[in-house]
Design a protein around this ligand. Structure first.
Ligand code: HEM
Length: 537
């Protein structure tokens, strides 16, 4: 009897302690921490819409209607419709404001001075947003695009040099070869058409092109192998872009649903396909024991992870013991497939769209091609110095990425209290930038900020605006895009070949509706009327 009583007492104490600590954790998470974060920011003069319990400003986020400022052209309507609350709150609270989605507190940053300070902060305590990471887990695993901490440091150090300009130079042949295949395809379509002019939805071909280039240049395999990987990643991206999780509220992804089951099924499929490519390379390496190994990104990843495995076994590795190295290779490869393909294609699409709307720039690029490559025939891209001399082309690409860069938002989470310039950013805060607004900021870019004027970049990015650090198509700080050299080289080769070989103008069937599916894409496609250059003249 005595024993039973003691046992019951212990049980009640345990249950009591669990209940009390759960309540304490809940109160801390739901009430105290959000309040502390807001107080810290408010004390520094940062304001924002008043949140209400329990969902913060979510109701307003859903209710605020877009308002295009008078100075912006109707073709700019989409900028103010994508996340209309950012524009509305910026007008009320300035270019730095706080808002809440319940337990999550967010800082919207469009203040160029603060961005300048953020861009020099390199610690991993300013990293990828963990709740977004959770949503992207099935798609990207622990690959570097979403990783934080040691895993990210390891992956970034492993591949950074593989995308330096010296390496990209060796990939130009692949880029030109793949671009010429599309040129030939378009020529065929034109020749087969009655009027020698065809309407082409260009992103379809440009996607295939950039996927082919990534497959060949980084993974030493052709597009047929990579095709299904890209297809599945795109399907997953499509599903994920529809969830409100990405804005920080209503994360119901932990509940088993038909959608989440489907996403995890796709994850298995894509992992198996990537693994096939890795196994094929490992087999090739074994068979080629004494021969030359391939010298591409995939080889570097395989060798780097194998080396880390050895170090790890002796307790000297960067990663924690027990880290799943096989999954790490798959996830890192998926990050490259994901980061390197659609963004490049979409950038080329928007650049060609703008060139067709502003044909004087098409002519200026053609003049530049003649000047640099001569008039003897089509330009050939074995020589990086010639491409680097193309200033007009460079200006057009920079301006195109300012107005229609594929990255729509940039986000970070603070994993510690951070001092950024004069600001103290408390741990657990989410930082957001909305790039279409940031890149149209009149204070930074001048009164013609919404206009397409590549000449503003005649003296580089620093000559084009007051705060060059606030030009962010490739992100900022320690998470800056690793593929910038790769992608700019590819896009320039593609534009040169298209402009050299074809005349094109916007089709009357084109509907201007940029929209966000994680990237800024043309909702109804960019349709161009394409004919052979100088045809009939
Ligand atoms: C026009 C094409 C591209 C654009 C606009 C673009 C843009 C970006 C942006 C905005 C980020 C996030 C930066 C941040 O959070 O501050 C990023 C990250 C990254 N990009 Fe790109 N990217 C492009 C092409 C590529 C290509 C071709 C590759 C690889 C071949 C690549 C590899 C990466 C990687 C690995 C990261 C993750 C970096 C990290 O988290 O440390 N990107 N990119």
């Amino acid at each position: 009897m005595e024993f039973e009583y003691e046992w019951l007492k212990k049980l009640w104490w345990t249950v009591g302690l669990i209940v009390i600590s759960s309540v304490v954790i809940l109160v801390e998470k739901v009430l105290l921490r959000p309040r502390r974060i807001r107080k810290t920011l408010e004390k520094q003069g940062i304001k924002g819409p008043k949140p209400s319990f329990p969902f913060g400003n979510v109701t307003e986020m859903q209710q605020i209607r877009p308002q295009r400022p008078k100075y912006a052209d109707i073709t700019e309507e989409w900028v103010y419709s994508l996340f209309p609350y950012f524009h509305t709150w910026k007008q009320q609270y300035g270019s730095l404001f706080i808002y809440s989605t319940g337990i999550k507190q967010h800082l919207y940053v469009e203040d160029a001075k603060v961005i300048k300070d953020l861009s020099v902060h390199m610690s991993p305590d300013l990293g990828r947003v963990e709740y977004l990471n959770k949503a992207l887990l099935p798609m990207l695993g622990d690959g570097m695009v979403r990783a934080n901490g040691k895993s990210w440091i390891f992956q970034r150090n492993l591949i950074i040099a593989e995308l330096f300009m010296s390496k990209v130079k060796t990939m130009m042949g692949h880029m030109e070869g793949s671009a010429l295949e599309i040129v030939q395809k378009w020529e065929r379509l034109i020749n087969e058409s009655k009027d020698k002019i065809v309407e082409i939805v260009i992103e379809n071909d440009l996607k295939v092109l950039s996927e082919d280039i990534i497959s060949k240049a980084c993974f030493g395999s052709d597009y047929t192998q990579g095709k299904y990987i890209f297809e599945i990643l795109a399907r997953m991206q499509n599903k994920l872009s529809k969830t409100s999780t990405l804005l920080g509220y209503l994360n119901l992804s932990f509940l088993p649903s038909k959608e989440s089951k489907e996403i995890w099924k796709l994850k298995k499929e894509v992992d198996a396909l990537v693994l096939n490519i890795i196994h094929a390379r490992e087999k090739q390496n074994q068979e080629n024991n004494n021969g030359e190994k391939q010298n591409d990104l995939l080889q570097k990843i395989i060798e780097g992870v194998a080396h880390e495995k050895l170090l790890n076994a002796s307790g000297k590795g960067t990663l924690k013991p027990g880290h799943d190295m096989n999954q790490l290779i798959i996830d890192l490869c998926k990050s490259i497939y994901f980061a390197g393909s659609e963004s490049t294609a979409i950038t080329a699409v928007w650049a060609l769209y703008l060139i067709s709307v502003y044909p004087e720039w098409k002519q200026r690029i053609r003049d530049e091609i003649s000047e640099i490559f001569g008039d003897d025939g089509p330009p050939s891209f074995t020589d990086m110095t010639k491409l680097q001399k193309m200033k007009t082309l460079h200006m057009v690409v920079l301006e195109s990425m300012r107005l229609y860069g594929p990255a729509v938002t940039n986000s970070r989470e603070t994993f510690a209290d951070l001092k950024i310039g004069d600001l103290v950013l408390p741990k657990g805060l989410y930082l957001w930038m909305f790039l279409p607004l940031l890149h149209r900021d009149v204070d930074n870019w001048g009164p013609d900020a919404t206009e397409f004027k590549p000449e503003r970049f005649a003296n580089g990015i620093s000559g084009a605006c007051k705060y060059p650090q606030a030009y962010l198509p490739f992100g900022y700080g320690s998470r800056f895009c690793l593929g910038q050299n790769f992608t700019l080289t590819e896009i320039k080769i593609v534009i040169c070949l298209m402009v050299y070989n074809f005349d094109f103008k916007l089709s009357p069937n084109y509907v201007h509706c940029p929209t966000s599916n994680l990237l800024l894409v043309p909702k109804y496609g960019v349709k161009l009327l394409v004919s052979k250059r100088n045809a009939g003249k």
